[in-house]
Design a protein around this ligand. Structure first.
Ligand code: ACM
Length: 407
């Protein structure tokens, strides 16, 4: 089915409305679940229908690496094909989410990577729909997949990895997900950032910077020596060393950089765009820093948190986020003079395929679209139109995503 054949939308950019924000983003996490290209294209078509204009594409994480870097072939021969993560340390889950995800994974879940031709296809599809792709390579943390195949990029204390130990390595309780401040890591980041700049024509590349467990660096008896060599005064400032390398390579290649809000707490780069996700901490960080930001507060915009009103049983995080929550949340931060827009996200730890993804996105993404486009939003009226639009999408089959073997 084609999204273009649907009747005129009842929510979002309906006739006469103008967008309330320049950046209207949606994050899709292909690192945890490598959705087929057809799913990504369907999401793009639907997101465009509701007036979104950025697809933040999360392409690397602890669980997988999703694009080719010729200098580092193991990223796609091996790190793209890791077994599905167990997420044992996650709490705040609905009921039997973890067990259901394990039971369903053989049937539903896909890993792998996107070839250059597939990325070009997605980019062209996005361009045709007025959406710019913002690819993300998350550094220096969330790097377990890459470190699993190139162990010298990670914590030296773990070297050498025991033969055939990559599987266990992923799940060691003491994480080894931070790049180490070595020449090898500098070369790695440089190659990866040059590559991502070649693959994606959009202005921005997101370089991550979230959830760095600095104590891993601190645990290395040689870290003081590394820091002296790099001119870094405090251990958490090591993160800046990585961000500076990534940003310099990207800027040489004509790009601008975006980061998660943790980075702006210590990385004083005023040119960076900050994506503020971390609930009240995100806004505290961005208030103290001076950068422009995108409002992406997990409390109302992380749609991997379950919809408490969903008709289909969901696998996801709690507390849930309802349509009413989205329509009525104050979002004062989105009025801030440095705020350039709003972004929703669906992380994929427990979202195993296109059907799961659609059930997390819809109908709630329609409520986000209303917030983005309707200056006189009346929650009761919006809820009626959202229900109407959702019914239209379902009856047109727009939310049905074929399983890979049926395509
Ligand atoms: C994030 O949710 N760690 C960006």
């Amino acid at each position: 089915m084609s999204v273009q054949n649907l009747p005129e939308a009842a929510v979002g950019p309906v006739r006469g409305r103008t967008a309330r924000a320049e950046w209207r983003g949606l994050l899709i996490d292909s690192a945890r679940t490598c959705y087929p290209v057809a799913v990504i294209k369907r999401v793009i078509g639907l997101a465009a229908r509701y007036g979104f204009n950025r697809l933040h594409w999360h392409l690397t994480d602890d669980q997988g690496w999703r694009f080719e870097v010729p200098e580092y072939p193991l990223l796609t021969t091996d790190a793209a094909f890791l077994p599905r993560g167990r997420f044992d340390d996650y709490d705040s889950l609905l009921g039997d989410t973890r067990e259901r995800a394990v039971t369903e994974q053989d049937e539903k879940w896909t890993n792998g990577f996107y070839s250059d031709a597939e990325i070009a296809e997605v980019v062209a599809h996005a361009e045709a729909h007025g959406i710019v792709i913002v690819p993300e390579v998350d550094v220096p943390g969330h790097m377990m997949a890459a470190i699993g195949v190139y162990p010298h990029l990670g914590r030296p204390a773990e070297l050498p990895l025991p033969e055939g130990s990559m599987r266990e390595h992923m799940w060691w309780p003491a994480r080894n997900d931070l790049l180490w401040p070595t020449d090898e890591a500098r070369d790695f980041i440089s190659a990866v950032m040059r590559r991502i700049a070649q693959l994606f024509p959009g202005q921005y590349v997101h370089i991550g910077g979230d959830e760095c467990a600095f104590q891993q660096w601190a645990s290395d008896p040689r870290i003081g020596e590394w820091m002296r060599l790099r001119g870094v005064p405090r251990v958490e400032r090591l993160q800046n060393w990585f961000m500076d390398i990534a940003a310099a390579v990207l800027r040489e290649n004509g790009k601008r950089v975006a980061v998660w809000d943790e980075a702006c707490e210590i990385w004083d780069d005023q040119e960076a765009l900050v994506v503020a996700w971390d609930e009240s901490r995100g806004m505290q960080r961005i208030s103290a820093a001076g950068q422009r930001f995108v409002f992406a507060d997990a409390r109302t915009l992380y749609l991997n948190r379950i919809d408490p009103d969903a008709e289909v049983p969901q696998k996801g995080m709690v507390p849930g986020i309802s349509i009413t929550d989205i329509l009525t949340a104050p979002w004062h931060e989105a009025q801030h003079p440095r705020c350039v827009g709003v972004q929703a996200a669906v992380w994929s730890e427990f979202v195993l395929d296109g059907d799961d993804l659609m059930s997390m996105l819809f109908p709630r993404l329609l409520a986000v679209a209303e917030r983005l486009w309707n200056p006189d939003l009346d929650p009761a009226d919006a809820a009626v139109r959202i229900a109407q639009e959702y019914a239209a999408l379902r009856s047109a089959g727009a939310l049905d995503v074929l399983a890979p073997q049926q395509r």
